[in-house]
Ligand binder design. Structure first.
Ligand code: RP5
Length: 167
């Protein structure tokens, strides 16, 4: 059953160590005034938590799941296997392989269970939040306006000409 307190977006990550990356998704949602809940759910270390979260996500009231993980990054795919909610995967930059392992683990889903996969690291986390907001904005005109404003501000922040020296 949908509870009014449940935010539309769940940000889940495989480890506390992923938060430095996934906080960029949270900060972007904050800027767009989109509510979210952030949780640590490890496919490997807390598989029962993963099952419980993914199986109940829709009835809890979540609409979109942003899932970040690194290395053998099964989290986004396993969540997508257990719920038909949209899942956006963020490959966290790993130490051993700089996130190439995370990217390939998340992006190469077999046909039938989609994970919308973003770029490795901060860019992916920010864009996952923007994409989630764009989907929610389909049925939220005020959010659509905030998203347009966010883009206008981004455009305005880009200088016309490069300058020498540090920024
Ligand atoms: C993955 O293993 C996590 O998503 C994290 O990116 C990676 C390393 O986790 P820690 O060893 O830092 O907890 O499951």
């Amino acid at each position: 059953m949908k509870t009014p307190q449940t935010p539309p977006v769940a940000i889940v990550m495989g480890s506390q160590s992923d938060w430095e990356t996934m906080k960029n998704a949270a900060d972007t949602l904050d800027a767009l005034e989109v509510d979210y809940e952030a949780r640590i759910v490890s496919a490997h270390r807390t598989p029962e938590r993963l099952y419980e979260f993914a199986r109940t996500a829709r009835t809890e009231g979540f609409k979109i799941i942003i899932a970040g993980a690194g290395g053998a990054a099964h989290l986004p795919g396993m969540i997508a296997a257990l719920t038909s909610l949209p899942v956006f995967g963020v490959p966290v930059q790993s130490k051993a392989l700089s996130g190439q392992d995370s990217l390939l683990s998340i992006v190469q889903m077999p046909a039938g269970i989609p994970v919308g996969t973003l770029a490795i690291g901060k860019a992916g986390a920010v864009n996952a939040a923007l994409l989630a907001s764009a989907v929610l904005a389909l049925s939220d005109p005020e959010l659509a306006l905030r998203l347009d404003e966010w883009r206008e501000n981004q455009s305005a922040s880009v200088a016309d000409y490069p300058v020498d020296g540090p920024l």
